[in-house]
Ligand binder design. Structure first.
Ligand SMILES: Nc1nc2c(c(=O)[nH]1)N[C@@H](CN(C=O)c1ccc(C(=O)N[C@@H](CCC(=O)O)C(=O)O)cc1)CN2
Length: 296
């Protein structure tokens, strides 16, 4: 069997075109331009690339973005103060703090400072609680990107055995809960799981988000399984990026496979744009409602 590749670039392009239409409609109707504030602390080269890509994607969809470059020495209090100011700005509908943050910063305090209505990354603890009960204000971007890819290919998750390898707060844990909310039977493993292969071989759908290049090889995959590779690993001394899955081997065994690059990565950015447009639309509707109940 040779896997069908799920083209995240093409699926993203289509969704971004639809988002650009929503942006134009909102602007024509209300004069509101969706606005995203991006906070980037320190010099991590990959984070700089991701932020540049996010801003470029915003511009193409008609979303305005403003970027705050902060030194690697930034404190928790400084970030919390900046976020407090952005929470009050009417032209900022979404706030994104690029992760990872420098080690001295208390990440949880920073994420908790974001107004829930502007938490377009979906990392605020209250949004995480929303994921648990199946009603997040904003679904986290990478997990919702994975669900979009599966839905686009008409891959049913209800009743299927899904194995998620990787239990991070931003991908593995929320994605597992979102899959449970779609009636999948989910096992969460991680790179330290003993005899990982005995779990991965049970998967109808295998999602790998462990950050370990080539962790999953063909012998660990059931014939005909759907394999979603969330890993983004830079090969040392090269610009090439590879996933957590041995692409060539697994391609011969799986029914569907996401490539790296060009699979889940672009969907993360697309879901961020989607959440930002939704935030702007909601903020406009709330302003209209206020006006209706308290006319000038
Ligand atoms: N605040 C956040 N921080 C981080 C997130 C996040 O969702 N919010 N996720 C990751 C990094 N990330 C987004 O920030 C991200 C990573 C990769 C891609 C992507 O499009 N990858 C491309 C390849 C790009 C390249 O050549 O480097 C692909 O896979 O095709 C998008 C977003 C951690 N931090």
């Amino acid at each position: 069997m040779t896997a069908r590749l799920i083209d995240g670039d093409a699926i993203s392009r289509r969704i971004r075109e639809e988002l650009a239409v929503r942006v134009r409609r909102l602007r024509a109707r209300s004069g509101v331009v969706p606005g995203l504030a991006v906070l980037l602390a320190g010099d991590d080269p990959a984070s700089h690339v991701y932020v540049r890509n996010k801003q470029r994607a915003c511009a193409r969809a008609g979303i305005s973005s403003v970027r705050y470059d902060l030194p690697a020495t930034v404190t928790t209090a400084e970030l919390v103060e900046l976020i407090g100011n952005l929470n009050h700005r009417d032209d900022v509908h979404g706030i994104l703090v690029q992760l990872p943050l420098p080690p001295q910063v208390q990440v949880r305090r920073v994420l908790e400072a974001i107004d829930m209505g502007k938490d377009v990354d979906g990392f605020h603890p209250a949004n995480v609680g929303g994921v648990v009960v199946g009603e997040p204000l904003f679904p986290p971007c990478t997990p919702s990107g994975v669900l979009e890819l599966l839905a686009h290919e008409d891959i049913e998750v209800a009743g299927r055995n899904v194995v998620v390898v990787g239990a991070s707060n931003i991908v593995g844990k929320p994605l597992s809960l979102m899959l449970v909310n779609h009636d999948a039977t989910v096992s969460i493993c991680h790179a330290k799981t003993r005899d990982l292969a005995q779990f991965t071989r049970l998967a109808d759908i295998l999602v790998v988000a462990a950050g370990v290049p080539g962790l999953v090889t063909a012998d660990m995959v059931r014939e005909g399984a759907v394999v979603i590779d969330v890993g983004i690993n830079r090969e040392p001394g090269s610009r090439r990026i590879v996933g957590d899955v041995d692409f060539e081997g697994v391609r011969r065994k799986a029914s569907y496979l996401t490539p790296v690059p060009g699979g889940v990565g672009p969907m993360t950015v697309t879901m961020l744009l989607q959440n930002t447009v939704t935030a702007a639309e909601r903020s406009h509707s709330a302003a209209v409602d206020r006006q209706m109940s308290h006319p000038a």
